[in-house]
Design a protein around this ligand. Structure first.
Ligand SMILES: Nc1ncnc2c1ncn2[C@@H]1O[C@H](COP(=O)(O)OP(=O)(O)OP(=O)(O)O)[C@@H](O)[C@H]1O
Length: 721
């Protein structure tokens, strides 16, 4: 589908030469641009082919389905599917990381030989050669390391893209009953934002598990060559200090992560519900209690996050001096055994202990923590992917433009039947109006025809394509035009006609960029009536044999409603089978068939005249039944919900305008605007955001002190030697 943001710039890595690829210099133009101005979406490059979510999602879906059928319907093991799909690529980066780690071990040896040459006053040219080797090795190592990280992040992006696609596809297939009961939009957002990030982090550290033991053996051997048995003192002090602390802390972090994820789910769910019901909250002036509620939930989440940060801080502060502690114990042991120290031994050992500490006390715990966190996230994803899906459609085919329901019963929940023995046959080209009180089951009939509500008995036959306008207008963040054509090719003539019959011309003229104006998330920048008409226009623009229009006239005023009915539904869609759910009784006269639904059953079928001749008073019927419903269940919020939606979404839009839609090439982009107005110095803003200058100052002093102590340590060792 056409995206709101189109990226036109080709990825420069495609045509970059070898030097540019090695040094990443192909990114310099982008960095220059970012220095000159704040980057906008249009400045970014196209996604490389191998990272496109569509293909990656398809591959993962194929593999996971194969796994599920192999396991005879048992749980999906997402980790196994990911290993099979991306394991080889990821292992390739692991080999590169291994080479980097091994080369790193060579660096201290070269450094030791340079120090030895200095102390023995060796030949200058020899010293130059050793220095050059040291610099080149460091350069090569750094380049290798950056490519490893970049490669692993790229694999992470691919995994994230493929799982996101899987989740999006699952959402479409989810059984409606599951939504709200076993999952919520908040939880899904959390899965896509927080949980998927854990996989990225884990990938950066996973190779430590197999590289660490090899490196420990090599480093121990290299230190042993220099100080013999004293090596054990250093290694032992490092192990004793780090292993128990590590094990305990990673366990604690794993537990905390689970708690944080649950609290974030709860908060996001609550926020989503509050935002969607903000009109009701404001109407009853419930802002304060809800504010307190949000404050309470956020506080409990922040408390857990703070605990987790303290744990991290405590661990890092312990580990920073671990290499120095090990070096110290080794040297003391070496000297006590009657040996004399030389600078080449001390400084090369210092570097080797530093590598060992980095791997054993920083990367290894990170690997353990991120793996346990990732495991929790994968389990949550697996649980979501295992949720009940819609049943396979049992809708049969019939002649084009026809549909029929024979004694169909269906239910949203297993307790109360929603539709009971619905029978109706509609001919091609007819206009059928479905009326009935709130909650009678009108929309449910449409949902059966769409295959969203599975029917328990009876037969449903549908002939040809269906186009559907939902009761609650649905818009996505893109231009008004993109919302109408919805991925179909743009046919100017048809489009202009649809815009005219849906009474959108004048609205588009008022928009800053005509129909190229971005409508905001869920059409936030539009009135309820505009949203309803764009929603209807989308259904009408699509060419289909059957149009299912679920109450499209209730969000607009009587004048616009009349225009929509006569110009769009009655005239423009003439010749197609139209099912119109409505509460507007004035349009029933023009319908070929009127179906009266009440309490999930069809109460009467016929033309308006036929039903009137049976002394059926529609208005009285609807009114009485709605009152009846209100009396039956005072707590039922459906009436409130529907009425509030309706009253709040009434539009005052007019249809008088006859001029054409302005065809503006550029479109407004709220997000881009936000980017343009970003602060000039994010670092300054970031520091100022803490609003506690004393804390910032203390942190600064502590940082300087700790760095001073580290350097002092090196100075002291040099002095000792
Ligand atoms: N997605 C859903 N999940 C669970 N129950 C649902 C769902 N949609 C509708 N229902 C229930 O099915 C019953 C019929 O609802 P339906 O929306 O079909 O009524 P309606 O006649 O279209 O009402 P309205 O005129 O307000 O649109 C109601 O009791 C409603 O609560």
């Amino acid at each position: 589908m056409e995206s709101a943001y189109e990226l036109h710039l080709d990825n420069p890595v495609k045509d970059a030469n070898w030097f540019s690829k090695i040094s990443f210099s192909y990114l310099i133009p982008l960095l220059r641009k970012a220095k000159a101005k704040n980057l906008e979406v249009g400045d970014l490059y196209n996604t490389p082919k191998d990272c496109e979510s569509c293909e990656l999602g398809y591959q993962l879906e194929k593999r996971s389905q194969a796994k599920i059928s192999e396991a005879k319907g048992k749980e999906l093991r997402l980790a196994i599917c990911l290993c099979e799909l991306f394991g080889l690529e990821y292992f390739g980066w692991g080999i590169m990381l291994f080479v980097y780690t091994m080369l790193n071990n060579v660096l201290p040896l070269v450094l030791a030989s340079l120090i030895r040459q200095f102390s023995q006053r060796a030949d200058t040219s020899e010293m130059y050669l050793t220095s050059a080797a040291l610099v080149l090795l460091a350069l090569a190592n750094n380049t290798l390391h950056h490519h490893c990280i970049c490669g692993m992040l790229r694999t992470g992006i691919k995994i994230r893209a493929s799982i996101s696609t899987l989740v999006y596809r699952k959402i479409i297939r989810l059984n409606q009953n599951v939504l709200g009961r076993s999952t919520s939009s908040g939880q899904i957002i959390n899965l896509l934002s927080n949980d998927l990030c854990r996989i990225d982090t884990m990938l950066l550290h996973m190779h430590t598990f197999w590289i660490l033991p090899i490196q420990v053996v090599i480093i121990c051997y290299l230190i042993w060559r220099q100080v013999g048995i004293s090596t054990l003192a250093g290694v032992l002090s490092m192990t004793i200090f780090s292993v128990p602390v590590q094990g305990y802390l990673s366990k604690l972090t794993g537990r905390l992560r689970l708690k944080i994820a649950e609290k974030t789910d709860k908060r996001v769910k609550m926020m989503t519900e509050i935002v969607s019901g903000i009109q009701v909250i404001k109407m009853y002036t419930w802002e304060k209690p809800f504010e307190n509620l949000i404050h309470f939930i956020r506080k409990s989440e922040v408390n857990e996050l703070t605990k987790s940060s303290y744990l991290n801080g405590f661990y890092n502060s312990c580990m920073v001096f671990l290499d120095r502690l090990s070096l110290f114990t080794t040297i003391v042991c070496y000297v006590l055994l009657g040996n004399s120290l030389t600078p080449d031994k001390v400084f090369s050992m210092g570097q080797l202990f530093n590598f060992l500490q980095l791997q054993a006390a920083v990367h290894y715990p990170m690997a353990v923590t991120s793996t346990s966190q990732c495991w929790v996230s994968l389990k949550r994803l697996e649980q979501f992917l295992a949720l009940e899906e819609k049943e396979e459609s049992r809708i049969q085919k019939c002649n084009k433009g026809e549909l029929s329901l024979s004694s169909v019963s269906a239910s949203w929940t297993k307790v109360v039947p929603t539709l009971k023995h619905i029978t109706l046959h509609l001919k091609p080209g007819s206009l059928c109006a479905i009326v009935g009180p709130v909650g009678a089951g009108k929309s449910s009939i449409i949902q059966v025809l769409l295959g969203e509500l599975p029917f328990s008995s009876g037969t449903t036959k549908v002939g040809g394509d269906i186009s559907y306008a939902s009761q609650q207008p649905w818009l996505f963040s893109a231009t008004a035009r993109q919302n109408i054509i919805f991925g179909l090719p743009y046919d100017r003539k048809r489009y202009n006609k649809v815009v005219k019959v849906c009474a959108l011309k004048k609205d588009f003229m008022q928009f800053p960029y005509g129909d190229h104006t971005v409508v905001g998330d869920r059409g936030a920048s539009l009135s309820g009536g505009q949203r309803a008409r764009i929603n209807l226009a989308r259904a009408v623009y699509r060419q289909a044999s059957i149009y299912l229009l679920d109450d499209p006239l209730s969000a607009v005023d009587a004048h616009v409603g009349k225009h929509l009915f006569s110009e769009c539904i009655y005239k423009y869609l003439r010749g197609k089978l139209r099912i119109l759910v409505t509460h507007q009784l004035q349009f029933l006269m023009k319908a070929d068939v009127v179906i009266v639904v009440n309490r999930g059953e069809i109460e009467a079928v016929g033309t308006y005249n036929e039903l009137s001749s049976q002394n059926l008073d529609f208005s009285k019927l609807l009114k009485l039944q709605e009152e009846d419903n209100e009396n039956v269940d005072d707590d039922d919020d459906i009436g409130i919900r529907r009425n509030s939606v309706r009253s709040s979404t009434r539009s005052t839009s007019s249809i008088d305008s006859t001029s054409d839609i302005c065809d503006v090439k550029q479109f407004d982009d709220n997000e881009t605007d936000t980017v343009k107005h970003q602060v000039k110095s994010p670092l300054k803003e970031y520091i100022m955001a803490s609003s506690d200058n004393f804390l910032i100052f203390s942190l600064f002093v502590v940082l300087i002190l700790s760095q001073g102590m580290c350097s002092g340590n090196d100075y002291w060792v040099a002095y000792w030697c």
